[in-house]
Design a protein around this ligand. Structure first.
Ligand SMILES: C[S@@+](CC[C@H](N)C(=O)[O-])C[C@H]1O[C@@H](n2cnc3c(N)ncnc32)[C@H](O)[C@@H]1O
Length: 306
């Protein structure tokens, strides 16, 4: 969770009922005389959708729950389809705003990556070592290369038992966050950075630094941008070393009253070596315990106030 003076960002995974947090957040905002100006809810496809509780049993149920609070902000909900060969690779977005137009800013880029089929050696970094009691989140951050993704970010990291990792990084109004499920068969890592200046950060290099930490078999990138950032987010990230871009979708992001700009560009990638190897389908993964079954891609909620 990231809390700014006029913005709150929540990111969760598994079967957490994220949308139930809206009502108490709105009550807190009201106690400070703050109104909601912008809302964005985004997520990939659930890996095990049948395990989701209400109100997350389907995207339409989630949209209904969000509309219960934000229908007056003229919201827009849509699903961007990823690689047709991978049914688990769609991007769901709900976006609403009371603003009539968007400022021409390059520092409003949101960069979200979802990675599956992590390289086993890279994933091993996120398992605790029974022989080494000192091996913890700090070492995982350093050994994985996560500390080098945006070196200037101050990082708060956390290791799970017996495996798994989360970190939040922050620098001024910018932040980054990483979550890793390293278990073989359904390994998954996510990376997100927000509030950085697109004129200073090259998105292709950023993606390459993230990929170096995990070397996934497949991944997707969703970039949301406004104003002058649009050109960057549509041009960059087309090619990533060692991966095929399997699909690209570009969609106008919703803004209040239908005005303003802003784009979401969603790309799905696959490792080039996959062309020459038979890779197990995600549908055939073996499940070992209830905790593992619960693992699903993250959902994220951003609310900003006026
Ligand atoms: C990255 S964590 C979940 C992060 C969570 N979304 C958060 O915001 O901190 C998921 C990994 O941690 C492991 N894990 C171990 N104990 C867990 C727990 N109590 N809750 C969630 N994940 C746990 C899972 O098996 C998985 O590999």
């Amino acid at each position: 969770m990231f809390i700014f003076p006029l913005k709150i960002v929540l990111k969760t995974c598994g079967t957490t009922k994220l949308l139930l947090s809206i009502e108490p957040i709105l009550k807190l905002a009201e106690s400070l005389s703050l109104d909601v100006s912008d809302v964005k809810y985004s997520r990939g496809s659930f890996i095990f959708p049948n395990y989701q509780p209400a109100p997350h049993r389907s995207f339409s149920e989630e949209v209904n729950a969000l509309n219960g609070f934000f229908s007056c902000l003229k919201p827009k909900a849509y699903v961007l389809l990823g690689d047709p060969a991978s049914p688990n690779r769609n991007w769901h977005i709900y976006s609403a705003s009371s603003r009539k137009s968007v400022e021409d800013r390059t520092d409003m880029i949101t960069f979200e990556m979802c990675m599956t089929g992590l390289d086993k050696k890279k994933a091993a970094v996120f398992f605790k070592r029974s022989a080494d009691a000192d091996y913890s989140a700090k070492e995982m951050t350093r050994n994985s290369g996560i500390s080098e993704i945006i070196p200037s970010h101050a990082i708060c990291d956390f290791d799970f038992d017996p495996c798994g990792y989360s970190m939040n990084g922050i620098e001024g109004s910018g932040f980054s966050t990483v979550h890793v499920t390293p278990e073989d068969g359904f390994s998954y890592a996510s990376y997100e950075a927000m509030g950085f200046d697109a004129s200073e950060v090259n998105l292709n290099s950023l993606a390459s630094r993230v990929l170096k930490c995990f070397e996934p078999n497949e991944f997707s990138i969703a970039v949301t941008c406004h104003g002058s950032g649009v050109q960057r987010c549509t041009m960059e990230c087309g090619d990533v070393d060692g991966y095929w871009c399997r699909s690209v979708v570009q969609e106008l992001a919703a803004r209040g009253g239908g005005g303003g700009g802003g784009w979401v560009v969603y790309r799905s990638y696959e490792k080039k070596e996959k062309e020459h190897h038979v890779v197990a389908s995600p549908a055939k993964v073996s499940m070992q315990c209830w905790k593992e079954v619960e693992e699903e891609e993250e959902v994220m909620l951003v609310m900003a106030c006026l």
